[in-house]
Write a protein that binds this ligand. Structure first.
Ligand code: ADP
Length: 701
């Protein structure tokens, strides 16, 4: 049977009474959050309770079966913090005087009774607080026991005072101890029967009716009808003597039903209902508890209530506690699975004693295996590990098991369902018993293939761009040195000519000049060689579709962009083929894209965007634009970004754009940058279209 929720939503009293707790002001909760509301509720409750108490008194017996005002006081002191107990006292006093003086009781007796009533409530409430049962007083069996203990103690202690006051005021001629016993029984029964429903409903009990599903309300109605019918049969009809001892159990199934399905709220309400029916019936001398004198009847009803109320409250609290535990278990189970799905990790558990394996819900679907497939036993699992990695994968676990440690980590290749291998990182935990014997191991598998690929790709890209830069650097140094070297060589020529013209024959000087020429020529040759190496190969001019190059470059940088949280979009127009070096175009584009990504490092993730566009510009050239949403170009840097060694990055070299410019210019193109109107910058370069391409409009042929 599904657990009934409508009545089980009890909140702690502390939360309900805390002045700042927002839920206190929810509709349907009690009105104890301000002094005036408290005072009004206590006044009305106390006065009505007193009238009800008088109605429930079996005359001529002076002691009522239940005395509701005491329960009102007790519940109010539980609901408000001790700092506001005075409000309860001040509000209850006029209600007490009004109700009791009307009955013709002397003023001093009335005053004394107020003191003993308040004393009972204060002792009870203080004890509940002391026992730590204030939070959910009827939501846990231990708390119910604490409350019952407090209610009994308060009733017994305050009855000493009560009886003493009666004797002191010479009110009636009953014996002190008879009075004490009668008062104790009445007060304890009152607290146990009436405080729970008041507290439960004041702390949100009514709210649950609004939330209840229709089926629950129908069930509650059926329960009520059954309970009322059985209670009326037991307490209002005279059954044959033979069934008398047994008939008292007739309402029990309904009371248990209420406790099981409707928690503390259902129990406290149904017990109170049975109490009223029983008191009225036995007051009229009918039913199972109405066969003695009025005093005997009252005592029988009180004893009956004293037994059933705590028992049922404990049962209801146990059910409520179990329901909460189940709900929190369900929630944490759901969280656990959602978390696993989100991390896409696979978790397994292996019982080292029985060898049984458990896999998280997604099982090995992350590696292409069927989710529902069973048979991922330990042996199958080991067989999925690449044969070359098996030993090294298991070694850390064996070491951890032997060394008595609790954790291990390893990395290995795991066979996917399609036969390829994924690189997997495993972290595990070993559960041991008190003697340290391993009982269980729990492992978590993370697929790190993509991460490794991305890292490797990143390293390759960095390496490649470093090589390019170093090559270009060497080339530019060679170029710079070439000029002075030519000057040296021509100076040597001039010196030799002058020497020849002077007619002097200086063999040593001629040898020196010849050496200088030879060294100079060798140096020039070395420089030429370095330049040749740096450019790696001669420009490989060919005709190709620039869109293809853009797509290839973007495929290459996609994992890096993903890792850096940058969405990439493209707009590729149909353009003519271009006539240039494909590798150079790739280099330029890579450089612009990496710069764009660097520029967006500080941009909030939601605003990042890299946009690459290819189109034919008005002059017939093919234009490639790279737009970002980064920090853009400042006025001071804009004119210098294409200069060699100009950089604003901490670890930048400032060569990328200058190299890009020389590459683009060597193909007859142009490169430039502008700031975007909204954010970031756009870098553009043009390439010459292949005149023979059929995409070229006729006017440009
Ligand atoms: P490096 O990247 O080593 O700094 P570059 O020549 O590629 O060398 O870039 C030179 C400078 O141009 C960068 O340091 C940066 O200040 C600026 N720059 C380049 N691209 C961008 C861009 N997309 N947005 C803003 N500034 C840029």
């Amino acid at each position: 049977m599904p657990a009934a929720e409508p009545f089980s939503g009890m909140r702690g009293l502390e939360a309900a009474t805390a002045p700042n707790a927002t839920e206190v002001r929810r509709p349907g909760t009690h009105g104890f959050d301000s002094n005036s509301a408290t005072a009004l509720a206590v006044f009305v409750g106390y006065f009505t309770g007193a009238k009800l108490g008088l109605a429930l008194t079996f005359l001529p017996n002076p002691v009522s079966v239940l005395w509701p005002p005491n329960a009102i006081l007790f519940a109010a002191l539980l609901l408000v913090p001790p700092s506001r107990w005075w409000v309860v006292a001040v509000a209850a006093l006029p209600a007490h005087l009004l109700a009791e003086l009307q009955s013709g009781i002397p003023f001093s007796m009335v005053g004394c009774w107020f003191i003993s009533n308040f004393a009972e409530a204060a002792i009870g409430a203080a004890m509940v607080r002391k026992l730590g049962a204030l939070h959910q007083p009827f939501g846990k069996p231990l708390h119910v026991i604490g409350f019952v203990f407090a209610a009994f103690t308060a009733a017994l202690l305050s009855s000493f005072l009560d009886s003493a006051f009666v004797k002191w005021n010479a009110w009636g001629d009953a014996d002190y101890w008879d009075l004490w016993a009668a008062r104790s029984l009445s007060n304890a029964a009152t607290s146990l029967v009436l405080v729970p429903p008041i507290v439960v409903f004041a702390t949100g009990g009514l709210l649950v009716f609004r939330r209840a599903k229709q089926t629950h309300l129908v069930e509650a109605l059926l329960l009520l009808v059954g309970l009322l019918a059985s209670a009326l049969v037991v307490f209002h009809t005279q059954l044959a003597e033979s069934v008398l001892p047994v008939e008292i159990y007739m309402p029990l199934p309904f009371l248990l039903w209420a406790a099981y399905r409707f928690g503390p709220a259902g129990t406290s309400a149904t017990v109170a209902l049975v109490a009223v029916v029983a008191i009225v019936g036995s007051g009229h001398g009918t039913g199972a508890l109405g066969m003695g004198t009025p005093t005997e009847n009252a005592r029988a009803v009180q004893l009956f209530l004293l037994f059933i109320s705590p028992t049922l409250l404990c049962f209801a609290a146990a059910m409520d506690e179990r329901r909460r535990a189940e709900a929190s278990l369900r929630q944490s189970d759901r969280r656990f699975h959602v978390m696993l799905e989100a991390t896409r990790d696979v978790v397994y558990e292996r019982d080292l004693v029985s060898g049984a394996m458990w896999w998280s819900r997604s099982a090995l679907s992350e590696f292409g295996y069927d989710r529902s497939a069973t048979g991922h036993g330990y042996r199958e699992w080991c067989e999925m590990i690449h044969p070359d990695d098996r030993e090294s994968a298991m070694a850390p676990l064996h070491v951890a098991l032997a060394a008595g440690s609790r954790q291990w980590e390893s990395e290995f290749r795991l066979r996917r369902a399609d036969g390829r291998h994924a690189l997997v990182s495993e972290r595990g935990f070993i559960v041991r018993d008190a003697e340290g014997h391993p009982l269980q191991m729990i492992g978590r598998l993370t697929d790190i293939t993509e991460r490794r690929d991305t890292d490797e790709l990143g390293q390759e890209l960095t390496h490649a761009s470093r090589l390019t830069i170093m090559g270009e650097l060497a080339a530019s140094i060679a170029h710079e040195i070439n000029q002075p070297m030519s000057a040296i060589l021509s100076n040597v020529d001039s010196a030799e000519m002058l020497l020849a013209r002077s007619g002097e024959r200086d063999a040593e000087l001629s040898d020196i000049l010849a050496d200088i020429r030879a060294d100079g020529l060798r140096a020039s040759e070395v420089m030429r060689h370095i330049r040749g190496l740096a450019s790696k190969r001669g420009a490989d001019i060919e005709t190709f579709d620039p869109n293809e190059v853009v797509r290839a470059v973007l495929r290459l940088v996609a994992p890096v962009a993903k890792r850096r949280g940058i969405p990439v979009s493209i707009a590729l127009d149909k353009v003519p083929h271009v006539w240039c070096d494909r590798i150079h175009v790739q280099q330029v584009l890579l450089n612009l894209i990496f710069n764009a990504m660097d520029a967006m490092d500080e941009t909030p993730p939601a605003q990042r965007e890299l946009f690459v566009e290819v189109f034919r510009s008005a002059d017939g050239m093919v234009q490639i634009a790279v737009r970002d949403r980064g920090h853009g170009l400042s006025v001071s840097t804009q004119g210098r970004i294409f200069d060699s060694f100009f950089t604003t990055k901490r670890d930048g070299m400032g060569l990328g754009l200058s190299i890009a410019r020389s590459l683009v210019q060597s193909h007859g193109g142009r490169i430039w940058a502008t700031n975007n109107a909204d954010a970031g910058a756009t870098f553009r370069f043009t390439l010459r279209a292949d005149r023979r391409d059929r995409n070229l409009p006729p006017e440009l042929e």
